[in-house]
Each structure stands twice: as structure tokens, then as C-alpha cells.
Ligand binder design. Structure first.
Ligand SMILES: Nc1ncnc2[nH]cnc12
Ligand SMILES: [Zn+2]
Length: 341
């Protein structure tokens, strides 16, 4: 592992907290909650992490999170992620959670959000990691369910910065959630959505035009549409790209085919993120390393990606300036300067 990547101050903007649940914790929580799993042990579960596409991953992802029952379970999962993030010099993280995947199983919304929030507060206190929490709607469910989830979130609005949209993309276009997003916007939430992971470039356009998002999660399908790429570059609309996720879900055939460098060189505000690190083979450092090894990205390009992460974050302008200074100073220490911007 390169010291440049290890010591680089990093921002993570696309992380599903349920996707940070490592097999060891899945089994520990199953034991604690008296749940019997379909897998004999941690290794057997890990061996099932071979995916053909997004849906084959989502099936295992939802099964894995069924061990989460109590507020303490949500705390423990979030705390474990934050410890890893801290160890990888992640300074700021914006975390998705999927409340419907838990409330549908009878887990109260309050237990989910309180456990996660408590861990975020503790990490801020213990390790100085700042964070934001993003409530993500499941797009395979009806819009009414998303709107009901927004209602359940009302008492916890102070802990929630934004709303997002994840799960099965194909056949569930942004248009389906127009009313839910309009409501969230009225209530003061910031808006993001997964678009252009497996879905077409038109979903990226629609997320921007119909849902009025300020960031696109994934967005790698933009590579198929030069006019869209030019618009995204011009507006500096951030894309929260997840390299190892794209590889494991076969969005790209190999890391050397990944569009990250082309998007970066075209002036888009692309960022590096881990998506579901327990399932896709690594956290933030591993994602930077995949770009370094698979695309031969230079330290200068990696520095620019880290700076883009700060730019795309929901930190205040003052906090961004401080963190950007740390990123630049890290580069100077290694004699490295950002490529663009
Ligand atoms: N990569 C991904 N795409 C869509 N939904 C998800 N939920 C968790 N990870 C996801
Ligand atoms: Zn995602």
C-alpha cells in the first residue's frame, strides 16, 4: 500500500452503512439476536460474494442486514465502519442508510437512526471525523413508501442532512420519485440520487432535471454521452464514483476499462468512494489503490480526486478550506500537485 494513499486526507461521500457489515459482525449479531443464517460460517458467507450484476448483490445485501434488530446493532455496525475510516485517514464521511429495509422487517425507524447517530457523534468526539447522514429511499418500492418514510423521519430531521435513492435502478427511473423529492426539498433536505450505475445516461439527466439533485451517485454511464459529460463538467455536478463496486458488479469488465480518468480529464468533479466495502473488497484506500494499479493513475490525479471529494461534500465553506489545505499540504510533502482545478 502506498504511503501517499494511506496518508492522503480523504472524504467519503457514497457509503451505504449496511454495506459495511462484515461477515464477522453479521455472525456476531445473528448470535446475539438468536437468528440462524443460511451460511455455516463467515468464510461460507464471504464465498457467496460473487456477483453478476447489481440485483445479485442486492439480494445478499438485504439478507445480510436482516441481523440488525436493535439500536445497539446499528451503533455497533456504524462504529466499526468509522473505526476503519479513521484508520484510513478519512476525515469526513456522508453516509447512506436504507430505513425501509429495516422498518419493513418491523424494526422501528427510531432504533435505526438513533443507533447510527450515536456512533457518528462518538466518532466526532473520539476521532474528529465529521459526518452527514443521508436517508435513502429504496427505488424498487412504491413512491408512497418513500413518502411514508419521510413522514417517519420528521422527528429526526435535525440528524438528517439529505435524501438519496438506491436499490434496483433499471426499470425504476428518477421520474417515479418526483413527488417524494419535491416534498423532501420543501422540508429542507439536500438531494442526491443513484443514477447511471446500470441505468442509462438519461437517468442522470432526469435525476438532475426532475428530482433536482445536487450530486449524482455513480454516474459512470455519463461516459456514453459526450454532450452530458460536457454539461456535467461545465456545472461541476459531482459524481460519487465507486471503482471497486463497478468492478464487482460488472459495470466495467476490468479496472483498466474504468472511465475514471476520462471523466477526470474532461473536467468532471469525480470523487472516490467505497459504496459497500464489506462486499466489494475494500474501503477507501483499496479504492484509491485500484485506480493506481488498474488505471496507472498518478499521485497527482489521486490528489485531484481527493480535492474533488472536499469540493463535493456538504461541509461549510470554512471547513472545506481547512480540509483542502490539508490535502494540498499532503501533496506538497510528496512533491505532488493536483492535475486540474
Ligand atoms: N451500488 C448500489 N447501487 C444501488 N443500490 C445500492 N444499495 C447499496 N449499494 C447499492
Ligand atoms: Zn451506492
Amino acid at each position: 500500500m502506498s504511503a501517499f494513499i494511506e496518508q492522503l486526507p480523504k472524504v467519503e461521500l457514497h457509503l451505504h452503512i449496511e454495506g459495511s457489515l462484515e461477515p464477522e459482525l453479521v455472525f456476531a449479531l445473528a448470535r446475539r439476536n438468536g437468528i440462524t443464517l443460511d451460511y455455516a460460517n463467515e468464510d461460507a458467507l464471504r464465498a457467496a460474494y460473487e456477483f453478476d450484476d447489481l440485483q445479485s448483490f442486492l439480494n445478499i445485501y438485504y439478507a445480510g442486514m436482516s441481523v440488525l434488530q436493535t439500536e445497539q446493532d446499528f451503533f455497533d455496525m456504524t462504529h466499526a465502519y468509522l473505526r476503519r475510516a479513521h484508520n484510513e485517514n478519512v476525515r469526513h464521511t456522508e453516509i447512506f442508510f436504507d430505513p425501509q429495509a429495516h422498518t419493513e422487517r418491523g424494526v422501528p425507524f427510531s432504533a435505526v437512526v438513533t443507533g447510527i447517530h450515536r456512533a457518528l457523534e462518538q466518532a466526532r468526539y473520539d476521532w474528529g471525523i465529521s459526518s452527514r447522514l443521508i436517508l435513502s429511499f429504496l427505488r424498487h418500492l412504491p413512491e408512497e413508501s418513500a413518502i411514508e418514510t419521510l413522514r417517519q423521519a420528521e422527528p429526526f430531521h435535525a440528524w438528517l442532512t439529505g435524501v438519496g435513492l438506491d436499490s434496483s435502478e433499471t426499470g425504476n427511473p428518477p421520474d417515479k420519485f418526483r413527488r417524494a423529492y419535491a416534498l423532501a426539498r420543501e422540508q429542507g433536505y439536500r438531494l442526491v440520487a443513484h443514477a447511471g450505475e446500470e441505468g442509462p445516461p438519461q437517468y442522470i439527466r432526469d435525476a438532475i432535471a426532475l428530482l433536482r439533485v445536487e450530486r449524482i451517485d455513480h454516474g459512470v454511464a455519463a461516459i456514453q454521452d459526450p454532450a452530458l459529460m460536457a454539461e456535467l463538467a461545465e456545472s461541476r455536478m459531482p459524481l460519487t464514483v465507486c471503482p471497486l463496486s463497478n468492478l464487482k458488479l460488472r459495470v466495467v469488465n476490468s479496472m483498466s476499462d474504468h472511465p475514471m480518468r476520462t471523466l477526470l480529464q474532461a473536467g468532471l468533479c469525480v470523487t472516490v468512494n467505497s459504496d459497500d466495502p464489506a462486499y466489494f473488497g475494500g474501503y477507501m484506500n483499496a479504492n484509491y489503490m485500484a485506480l493506481q494499479q488498474g488505471l496507472a493513475m498518478t499521485d497527482s490525479e489521486l490528489l485531484q480526486l481527493a480535492a474533488n471529494g472536499v469540493e463535493a461534500s456538504w461541509l461549510s465553506p470554512e471547513e472545506k478550506a481547512l480540509l483542502l489545505r490539508d490535502v494540498r499540504e499532503h501533496g506538497e510533502k510528496f512533491g505532488v500537485y493536483a492535475t486540474t482545478g
